[in-house]
Design a protein around this ligand. Structure first.
Ligand SMILES: [Zn+2]
Length: 648
């Protein structure tokens, strides 16, 4: 056993040290490998549009303003003043860290020269700041150097949102760590590796002065996925001491119950815990212990199955609500936070690569369309923080130069990496996981595979082989659980092929593929309903994996584009309309989806005049939630009469 473990570690390290792209990064012990973003190009469609909109948002930001906190802290004069909002009130620099990741993803995906230039510029300036501190330390937290000296001296005072009276400095510095890692692993910037390793050495040096108890005290405060990055650094450098650092920076109060299979998450800040689980998973992948993997797996299962709403998101007012009571999900305006889903998709990707199971892609797809894609304004590119589940409430969008929330940072990253899991591979075999218009260029196998589709506006996707080296291999098509057994149809070059696979697996197509071959996949989408996880009388409609919502009105949309208010600007604080005046579903029967009728000439649009009550709402149209913006909406509907409904 020990020999095998050492061998696997060696292979893991070898695969990382010889090449820096994401595909290789993911190879550690995984059963399915991801392609790098450089290998997958989005073709025209909703995701390509979102990518371009995000690119414009990223380019609108000024690198010199994002660098200001880092230069100031290092004792250098910044070229421009920092941004305001969360960028000059204590969390200074966090967006700069996200910016490194966002530039890396977007550059890898689009090969845009300006993004590359900006990334180089950011790294050069950060190097200058790190050289100035002389200690390896680099950070934007005001007074960060003095804070770390206090910590080394044993002065540690931690609260959920504070460490030594500063606003989550560990969370803040994690964004820089992750940005440097992504600049190295995703964009191939070797200078980022040098900054990253020096910075890790600085924290490693601090850790040597601290007991395990002192580190655990620090970890009471929010820390992002510091444990994940340290595990990555252990792979990048081949040094075990960083893996030990990753384990010491794993919050045991959260880890231990998860190892035991206990969900003790009620009431906890959700986005503080999800990144920890990402780190647990990464630690297990690089040889840090199976218990860490067990904890991550259990965390995913309980959050996805017991704590997520129909869009794939979780949390009310940023906290995990009790699994048996989702009342606040309906009554509160602050529904799922976008950062949570950003991190859940990271965890999902890790677990999918390890196990290759369709259940992970089903969740990934659900969340990708209904939370991630929907959280970006399709025109001005503003990002959403809270997606309200309250009937007839709405969402607020960020402004590029003004709002500097967490969900702006993770939002910039989200739309630059849509290519990450459309395809996977195992040896010579391809897996088609998502139905997104794109082109895969796999030079090592001489394969160019294009996917043309308007999915979900159409039920069909067409894969064509534009180039291929002669040889036999598998093309595996995901059979999602939302397509009924026996309904998935596949044709190769126009001829129907038998599909024996079941929903929740892959259809294996093995043949001698040649240039010009075309696979057509038909994925019939069925209407369905989904109740809240607590089985209360609130239900949502889906068409296949797509959540349907109804636009009710555009009144009282206060602060629709956030006003820059630091602590309230991201909240949709316009009037709350009474729940007992919201439209309801006037039937106690099951199979409510049978009332939905398609509207001619409008894809994915439905009405249900016999179901929706009162009369003034009966002609509301249900459309994909990701297409619904700048309006009040209904996702969850109360079923039956309102006697037992919340009426606040
Ligand atoms: Zn956030």
């Amino acid at each position: 056993m020990i020999t095998l473990k050492i061998l696997r570690r060696f292979l893991t390290l070898l695969s990382i040290s010889t090449c820096f792209f994401a595909s290789d990064y993911a190879q550690a012990q995984s059963s399915l490998h991801s392609f790098s973003l450089q290998q997958v190009t989005l073709l025209p469609g909703v995701f390509k549009n979102a990518q371009l909109t995000d690119k414009a948002y990223i380019l609108a930001l000024d690198p010199d303003r994002l660098l200001a906190p880092y230069l100031t802290e290092a004792g250098l004069k910044p070229k421009k003043k920092s941004y305001e909002n969360w960028e000059n009130t204590g969390l200074d620099g966090h967006i700069g860290g996200h910016y490194l990741s966002a530039l890396s993803f977007m550059y890898a995906s689009t090969h845009d020269a300006e993004l590359n230039r900006r990334l180089d510029y950011m790294l050069a300036q950060l190097k200058r700041a790190q050289d100035k501190t002389g200690s390896g330390y680099l950070g934007g937290t005001p007074g960060g150097t003095a804070m770390w000296k206090d910590i080394v001296a044993g002065k540690i005072e931690a609260d959920t949102f504070a460490l030594n009276k500063k606003w989550v400095p560990l969370y803040n510095i994690h964004k820089l760590f992750a940005g440097l890692r992504d600049a190295y692993l995703i964009a191939g910037k070797s200078q980022a590796k040098n900054i990253l390793v020096q910075l890790t050495d600085y924290i490693y040096g601090v850790s040597l002065k601290l007991t395990d108890e002192q580190i655990q005290t620090m970890l009471i405060s929010e820390q992002g996925s510091l444990n994940e990055v340290f595990a990555d650094v252990s792979v990048i450098t081949g040094q075990d001491k960083y893996l030990q650092l990753a384990k010491r920076f794993s919050h045991k109060e959260i880890l231990n119950p998860l190892i035991q299979g206990h969900d003790e998450l009620n009431g906890l800040h959700a986005n503080m815990q999800i990144p920890k689980a990402v780190g647990f998973q990464r630690i297990s992948e690089v040889g840090g212990g199976a218990d860490y993997g067990k904890a991550a797996q259990f965390f995913w299962e309980t959050v996805v199955n017991n704590r997520s709403v129909v869009i794939g998101g979780n949390s009310v007012n940023e906290h995990f609500n009790p699994t048996g009571n989702f009342t606040k999900m309906i009554t509160d305006i602050a529904g799922p936070e976008t950062c949570n889903s950003y991190n859940m998709l990271k965890l999902t990707r890790h677990l999918f690569e390890k196990a290759g199971e369709v259940k992970y892609m089903d969740y990934y797809e659900r969340t990708l369309y209904n939370h991630i894609l929907s959280s970006q304004h399709p025109v001005h590119g503003g990002f959403v923080y809270y997606t309200s589940m309250r009937p007839r409430h709405y969402r607020v969008y960020s402004q590029p130069q003004v709002d500097m929330w967490c969900c702006v940072g993770s939002g910039m990253e989200n739309h630059g990496k849509y290519g990450e899991l459309i395809y996977s591979y195992q040896q010579k075999n391809i897996y088609v996981n998502l139905f997104i218009a794109s082109r895969l260029n796999w030079a090592a196998q001489g394969l160019v595979l294009s996917q043309q589709t308007k999915f979900p506006d159409e039920e069909t996707t067409r894969l064509s082989i534009d180039a291929v080296k002669p040889g036999r291999f598998d093309i595996n098509i995901r059979y999602p659980r939302w397509v009924k057994a026996g309904k998935l149809q596949i044709k190769i070059n126009g001829a129907k092929v038998p599909v024996n696979a079941q929903p929740g697996s892959y259809v294996k197509l093995n043949r001698l593929w040649k240039k010009g071959d075309e696979i057509t996949v038909r994925l019939p989408m069925e209407l369905s309903t989904e109740a809240l996880p607590d089985s209360s009388h609130y239900v949502a409609f889906l068409n296949g994996p797509i959540v349907l919502a109804a636009k009710t009105d555009t009144t009282d949309l206060d602060n629709l584009i956030a006003d820059g208010d630091q602590f309230g600007g991201y909240r949709a604080r316009g009037k709350m309309y009474p729940l007992n005046e919201a439209p309801i579903l006037a039937s106690n029967q099951a199979n409510l989806q049978n009332y939905l009728k398609p509207v001619a000439g409008k894809p994915q649009t439905f009405v249900a005049p016999e179901l929706i009550s009162p009369d003034k709402f009966k002609n509301l149209e249900l459309i994909p939630f990701y297409k619904l913006h700048d309006a009040r909406y209904m996702i969850y509907w109360h079923q039956g009469n309102l006697d037992n409904a919340e009426t606040k």
